[in-house]
Design a protein. Sequence first.
Length: 308
Amino acid sequence: MAITAATKTSDFAGFLKPEQAEDYFEQARRQSVVQTLTRQVPLGINGQEIPVVTTKPTAGWVAEGGQKPATSGAVGLKTITPKKIAAIAVVSAEVVRANPANYVNIFRDDIAEAFAVAFDAAALHGTNSPFGAGNNIDATTKVVEMGTTTQANGGIYGDLNAGLKLLVDAKKKLTGFALDTTAEPLLNGAVDLNGRPLFVEAPYENTALDGGRLLRRPAFYGEGISTPIVNGTPNTGGIVAYGGDWSQAVWGSVGGISYDVSTQATVTINGVLTSLWENNLVAIRAEAEYGWLVNDAQAFVKYTNHTA
């Protein structure tokens, strides 16, 4: 048949099926410290209502034949709503031609990392967050400065334990730690009161994050845990870790990644609008939807280090 139009990469625009998108979400989950520590809940396109216990029943002792005390419990509902996250990756047309049948996979790692970084920044710091004011871990008022406990009283071990005490005193639990990579030098030489290494490496399956145990709890290193870069200046202090009850936060994703491909659009590269067609480039835009909900920000403690 006669050619009516040139075949363009945009002709392949469509929707990735859930089974095809699985690797994207799996990699995003493995590279996100927040998603690793918190529970994933089913999430539909219209959101999900999460039951929250607001009042627990109580019990009392009674004498033989005595009247039994009446009690009740209450449950409220909080809504987790999906929000869109997107990323654009650009490669040369030569790269596409080198592997035309499988070119989407070229972008898999970059897109997964971009999703994970943006998600963690929003969930931890509220950075560019679509999830609502205060719906982030930074909303906690519990803070411990690393390096304030003398070595004779435990040093870094004492600092971490001080955070545990803040949680315990508030009737909260400590189930794990999220550690920025800048905290690693602090912990590598730290020991407990018996001289044993404080951070103990431990293998974790199905995760690309460096993991171990800290105060006998799971702990994960990751980038982006620290206070975000401000006005282009790298962080030299501020938040370096979080500890807390990670069951007090949940996340979800709406299955499937929608994408489209273009060789004729303009894309901002290094702050400059660049013509894909003029520079023989190919861009793929990926989009997904995530939801995030913090039930109790006070179930977390921030560890800071302003003297590093």
